[in-house]
Design a protein around this ligand. Structure first.
Ligand SMILES: Nc1ncnc2c1ncn2[C@@H]1O[C@H](COP(=O)(O)OP(=O)(O)OP(=O)(O)O)[C@@H](O)[C@H]1O
Ligand SMILES: [Mg+2]
Length: 322
């Protein structure tokens, strides 16, 4: 064995500290030791691997993306979400659509080799709290990509008149850094809200569409909105996929609450939980589950009851209708 216990400890320590230089230095020592012990092939392989890794350091690339620099830093926030497709509750057709995007993205080189483009421009639309932002996080996680959320509000208010050039910055980043780019609250761009000059809004939207048309299929661009009606209909054609979100039915509502309650929800008689009345979004159901769970914990008990949940659900419904 070429690496001694000391070497392994030093490797782990430098890795944990994020100290690449130290990590590679120790790895080179291991290679040197292997060479001294007469393991020439192992030593050669190891040296080559280290040199290749030094030339293309993943850690550097990831940090660069996680901490966008220059103009991009003002325009996007980065995250590495860990929510999975299984966590997303929705009708099979919705899950299938997302699974298809993931599949096309994973196999994008095979598709592109044959002259086809993987789905990479998605429009998510539906009521608040039904999983649009969450879907962007799911896609980022499932593809092991960072999620870069474009701060549309700041983009529009801070740089009035410069929006098109700021959009260019984001789309250029999308061509250079494979990631999921989320334009959340997209209607801020597409709609003619507030005191926004209609001509200016139109111009911004047009530049967005031009950039979208040319967007690199290496990155996934997602626009999310809950105002379908105010979006221009011509817009929908520009996306590879328009995903529609709905409020959950009773079965989906139970799944959402069950997932949030975890062990606290064991053995619950879901048939007695008033989910059929509907009206609550996934996000509100999560909040109701949390409210009930906290009550139970504070009472010093280990299980929520159907009454706890019904009380929390009706409180949510009242809050929502105010
Ligand atoms: N389909 C879903 N399945 C499971 N949990 C969900 C779902 N939708 C929402 N949630 C829960 O609610 C939270 C908020 O949802 P999310 O931010 O994705 O809603 P949204 O559709 O983007 O709403 P908005 O239109 O207000 O931006 C999520 O982090 C998650 O905990
Ligand atoms: Mg959202």
């Amino acid at each position: 064995m070429a690496a001694s216990g000391e070497h392994i400890k030093a490797l782990v320590r430098s890795h944990a500290a994020g100290d690449d230089a130290a990590f590679y230095a120790v790895a080179m020592q291991v290679a040197a030791k292997a060479a001294r012990q007469g393991h020439g092939t192992l030593a050669g392989d190891l040296k080559q691997t280290i040199e290749a890794a030094r030339r293309d350091p993943v850690a550097d690339r990831v940090t660069a993306i996680a901490r966008p620099r220059g103009d991009l830093a003002e325009l996007v926030t980065a995250a590495f979400p860990d929510v999975t497709l299984r966590d997303l509750v929705g009708p099979p057709v919705l899950k299938d659509e997302i699974a298809r995007v993931l599949h096309e993205q994973r196999q994008r080189h095979a598709l592109m080799d044959h002259g086809f483009t993987p789905a990479h421009r998605l429009l998510l639309e539906g009521p608040p709290g039904t999983g649009k932002t969450m879907t962007a996080a799911v896609i980022a996680h499932e593809l092991s990509l960072p999620l870069l959320t474009v701060r549309l509000d700041s983009l529009l208010s801070k740089f009035l008149g410069e929006t098109a050039s700021k959009l260019r910055t984001v789309f250029e980043a999308a061509a250079n850094q494979r990631a999921v780019y989320l334009f959340d609250e997209f209607d801020a761009l597409g709609g003619h809200r507030g005191g926004n000059d209609v001509g200016e809004a139109r111009r911004i939207l047009n530049s967005f569409l031009v950039f979208l048309e040319q967007a690199s299929p290496e990155s996934v661009v997602i626009a999310a909105t809950n105002h379908r009606s105010i979006l221009d209909h011509a817009l929908f054609r520009r996306f590879d996929l328009v995903v529609n979100y709905q409020l959950p039915d009773a079965a989906q509502a139970a799944l959402v609450m069950k997932a949030r309650l975890g062990p606290l929800g064991k053995g619950l008689r879901w048939a007695s939980v008033s989910l059929k009345e509907g009206g609550l979004s996934h996000a509100e159901l999560v909040q109701a589950a949390e409210a009930a769970a906290k009550q139970v914990i504070l009472r010093g008990e280990g299980r929520v009851t159907t009454t706890d949940l019904n009380v929390a659900l009706s409180a949510r419904r009242t809050a929502g209708s105010e």
